[in-house]
Design a protein around this ligand. Structure first.
Ligand code: BTN
Length: 240
């Protein structure tokens, strides 16, 4: 579904869920968003021509695999961008995509939980054609775009078919139970952070923890080692 404008492509799927639920999987993309949302109630500034704003809605037959969904969404963005440039990308658990240590893409996953199935809404924002001044001042240090990193302009609509194909390949692997491949690949792309000190934000308690990132466990959780050398696994939260 190609929209010229909407508040948020994630909202579009939620608002129209009753109409859309029988035609899943669906890909909704919009040239601009008037109220793009990020994780933890942040806004995702979404002007036309600069970024890709898309949401994929699909059913997941095995809801216990939900932990791996953020990882495969992030990996799908990485693999998509890799088809376009030789620049390297990293995965910051669970699903921020980094390039030259700055954020190039963000993912917001929301679930519609029904009796037997879980419908997942995976919203993806990729910075494609931004120049430095296109980012708000506070983001200029932290964000980048494909244009800034690789030097060329990308027509936004050309990216969606590749992203959809790659994402559905990974979803198939998820449904087939190819967990090892997913975890191994996520580890490979997040290796740049391994054994580094990180600040970790835990939303329910609003706590910020400091510790050493020891990698991703076999269920997709983040392993954080505290100063006493004890490790804890987290399934929600974000590295800041
Ligand atoms: C984050 O990093 O905080 C997540 C950003 C997610 C942005 C995308 S853009 C398409 C979809 N619609 C939204 O409102 N948000 C996601």
């Amino acid at each position: 579904i190609n929209l010229e404008e909407c508040d948020s492509t994630n909202n579009y799927i939620k608002t129209n869920y009753q109409k859309l639920k029988d035609r899943l999987p669906v890909l909704v993309t919009s040239a601009l968003q008037t109220a793009g949302r990020g994780r933890e109630k942040r806004t995702w500034v979404s002007p036309p021509g600069l970024g890709l704003y898309s949401s994929f809605g699909f059913n997941l037959e095995n809801p216990h695999r939900l932990n791996l969904l953020p990882l495969i969404a992030g990996l799908s963005v990485i693999r998509t961008l890799e088809t376009m440039t030789a620049v390297e990308f990293g995965l910051k658990w669970p699903n921020d995509v980094l390039c030259q240590n700055k954020k190039i893409a963000g993912i917001l996953i929301e679930n519609v939980i029904m009796e037997k199935t879980v419908s997942c809404i995976t919203g993806i924002g990729i910075n494609l054609n931004h120049t430095l001044n296109d980012f708000p001042g506070e983001l200029q240090e932290k964000a980048t775009s494909l244009k800034l990193a690789a030097g060329f302009t990308t027509p936004v609509r050309e990216v969606n078919p590749v992203l959809a194909a790659v994402l559905f390949q990974w979803l198939e692997k998820l449904e087939r139970g190819a967990h090892d491949e997913i975890i191994q690949t996520a580890r490979q792309y997040s290796n740049f952070l391994k054994n580094k000190r990180i600040s970790f934000h835990q939303p329910p308690h609003n706590k910020i923890l400091s510790g050493i990132f020891k990698g991703i466990n076999s269920d997709g959780g983040l392993i954080l080692e505290n100063d006493e050398g004890n490790s804890t696994i987290y399934y929600t939260g974000e590295i800041i």
